[in-house]
Design a protein around this ligand. Sequence first.
Ligand code: ATP
Length: 221
Amino acid sequence: MALHTLSESSLLALFGGTFDPIHYGHLRPVEQLAKETALDKVILLPNNVPPHRPQPQASARQRLKMVELAVKGNPLFYVDSRELEVDKPSYTIETLETLRKEHGAQRPLAFIIGQDSLLSLHTWHRWEELLSFCHLLVMARPGYADRLETPQLQHWYDKHRVCNPAELKERAEGMIYQANTPLLDISATEIRQRHGEGKSCADLLPAAVERYIDSQGLYRG
Ligand code: ATP
């Protein structure tokens, strides 16, 4: 299903990440989230990494290829390479602003993050404006606290949180939903380490991605 065939009331979500590499800790909770919130489409958005942060080991082209291989033939996902087509990091808020323009003011839009990203959200560029463009869907992640760091942040979260996912289609943006997604203790860091030690990651990411990693000689340490 292409994006232009979606109806105006469809809930469309954006899921950004470094995806170095993409793994089941990304894919399985998002698939569950899609069922839980009746999400019609998830746009996977591989990000550039700002120069002051540790750089991905795989190139932008390789990260994009791994994302494409991971969701090939799965109609829930659409891969958007726009952030990798410019050679500087894009702010999430700017991409969300552009998507809002592309999809119009009425369409419910959501941005998906894991609990670790929620905990550092207040460090993101213009984070207070995120809910002016989209809803926020939060997936639990093992090992990360439930409470937010400051009373102000916690207040912001409590004020916007909804417990009934049906409400997400009633407005175009502005709500936070904490999903009941499975807890999967998988990280790209662990996968890179295991590859470096010559261990299999068959239970951590799709076979096509693992084959690509091997064929490109990625993460060999
Ligand atoms: P790294 O280990 O290299 O830091 P990562 O595994 O955390 O990578 P990212 O590409 O940085 O993966 O994550 C993209 C998004 O996916 C973030 O919002 C993150 O919170 C979420 N995410 C990653 N892994 C999980 C997981 N196991 N469960 C829930 N959310 C996850």
